[in-house]
Design a protein around this ligand. Sequence first.
Ligand code: GRG
Length: 294
Amino acid sequence: MNFEQWMRSVLERVEKALEHYLPPESIAPARLHEAMRYAVLGGGKRVRPLLCHAAGELTGARAESLEAAAAALEMVHVYSLVHDDMPCMDDDDLRRGKPTVHVKYDDAMALLVGDALQSQAFVALTEGAALAPAQQAALTRELALAIGSIGMAGGQAIDLASVGKKLTREELETMHRMKTGALLRASVRMGALAGETPDAQTLRALDAYAAAVGLAFQVVDDILDATSDSATLGKTAGKDAKDDKPTYVSIIGLDASRALAVQLRSDAHAALEPFGTRAQRLAELADLVVNRVS
Ligand code: GRG
């Protein structure tokens, strides 16, 4: 199976799993369930589910286990996007090529969609027998730590406080490691933990891979925000500069940002060396992230 075929088959499984774990609109409260489904289904690159599946292949995880973990990761990710787009945060009206949830519905509904998606993620992790009880506990802890105050929510707090400020490159990196890196790292770790329990060395190598890919993802996001257009991105382009937000492009410039993304792709590949061809999909995903701008 080549990479494109692999991606297609994983994406198909991800959509089915999301459909399975999202409450149907036929159940009350219908409007909340409709809005959750509007936010999650039919859009997005599904980077976190893809990382989760690729890492799970390393440890022989069952498809059913990976489907639950990947659905949880995507629901949490969408929750963060819905809240991030609200007027009290980034105030955006376009996401995945569609009106954002607070624009299509209202602010209260956007808050509730985010809240409910976060809860639903933990339902997915702990429902049925997709994951063994020890794995449920391990994955629940990974996800909870990644999205709390020392992870995604903490990174978002630093981000909001940094508007209009000059950050050093190190401070910018810390913010991104928490805001987007922590969930990407959890995607890789949760995939691996859904299979045969990985040893400490394996987890260390996967952490190094995830750190490089996570940062590359952010550098690429900054480059695209500065160089692409809203129609291509499906979200408002040029927003970082307009909002006076520190980015890799504003701190080190466009050419150095491109060079950094390429360097991080090499770092990601180097971290996978101990796994040989077993990590082929993870390596290809690092290429996919960076090749958008190189
Ligand atoms: C509200 C607690 C809370 C956190 C929000 C992740 C985040 C923190 C905000 C997202 C804002 C943003 C645009 C960050 C830049 C990088 C990023 C995460 C982009 C969106 O992720 P993609 O590119 O989006 O994977 P798709 O739509 O493809 O899933």
